[in-house]
Design a protein. Structure first.
Length: 274
């Protein structure tokens, strides 16, 4: 995505159309569009030809971008789990790992980055009916590996609004749910985590369309991405007008939900009842 955005910026600065850029690398206009959105792999020869077309002759700048192209083609750690993942999800894991700010509304269950191992196992078993125990454990292992990013020194900011329904819907036995609630209380104390609970008592709210995630990246050239998961696929929205609507919905959810301290008290109350 980063390389694609850089190539788009260079093309637009020279006033070159996608069609002309595609012609220079023996490809279609749609291929250039997919490259600029970071949705296809990059051939070093194509990047070299595009940089020449865009007038980039400085060797340092060229090598920096070519290095980025080589890096973009290296498979991420999560690709070793693709045998147990739906086809659309590895893209999300890569985006999640690159994000500097992750904003979430969740209603069905606790978000994967905040799940305990036992709760994650219960969720995966429910979602992968008929899967072998080995496949279930591999999916759980991936989830736990993703969570390391949230605890790292360069961890992203993580802002989440959990609907009370996600906290009351049981996955696993009472001990599993009690442990999950305690984990949420503990992780909500982390400086990079802002956790709020949307209580039933509020009534209707702006999250009526269901769960969604907004990913923001440290590079200013990268647009925010909204991730929407469906039963057999997922949507990645990056048009400014689409992202703005989801940002507004999340802003309203945050305003209407109790703050982090009050939400922590709500979690403690639910834990006592479990």
């Amino acid at each position: 995505m980063l390389l694609g955005s850089q190539l788009r910026r260079l093309r637009e600065a020279r006033g070159i159309t996608r069609e002309a850029a595609g012609y220079s690398i023996r490809a279609s206009e749609s291929k250039i569009s997919r490259m600029e959105l970071g949705r296809v792999s990059f051939k070093t020869r194509d990047v070299e030809d595009l940089l020449t077309l865009y007038g980039i002759s400085d060797e340092v700048e060229r090598e920096s971008l070519l290095s980025l192209a080589r890096e973009a083609n290296v498979a991420g750690w999560w690709h070793s789990y693709t045998d147990v993942l739906p086809s659309w999800f590895p893209t999300y894991v890569g985006l999640e790992g690159a994000a500097s700010l992750i904003r979430v509304y969740e209603v069905q269950f606790v978000h994967g980055l905040l799940q305990t191992e036992e709760y994650a196992r219960a969720v995966v078993r429910r979602g992968m009916k008929g899967a072998s125990p080995a496949d279930v454990e591999r999916r759980v292992a991936l989830r736990l590996e993703r969570q390391k990013h949230l605890l790292a020194d360069n961890a992203p900011e993580f802002h989440i609004v959990l609907d009370e329904a996600a906290l009351r819907r049981p996955y696993g036995d009472r001990d599993v749910m009690r442990g999950q609630l305690q984990h949420l209380i503990d992780v909500s104390e982390r400086p990079n985590v802002r956790l709020q609970v949307m209580p039933f008592s509020f009534g209707g709210h702006s999250g009526e369309s269901g769960a969604f995630t907004i990913l923001s990246f440290p590079d200013a050239d990268l647009s925010d991405v909204v991730y929407l998961e469906q039963l057999t696929s997922a949507l990645y929205l990056d048009k400014r007008e689409d992202v703005a609507q989801y940002e507004q919905a999340l802003k309203e959810l945050q305003q209407d939900s109790p703050g982090p301290d009050e939400s922590r008290d709500l979690l403690r109350g639910l834990r006592q009842l479990t």
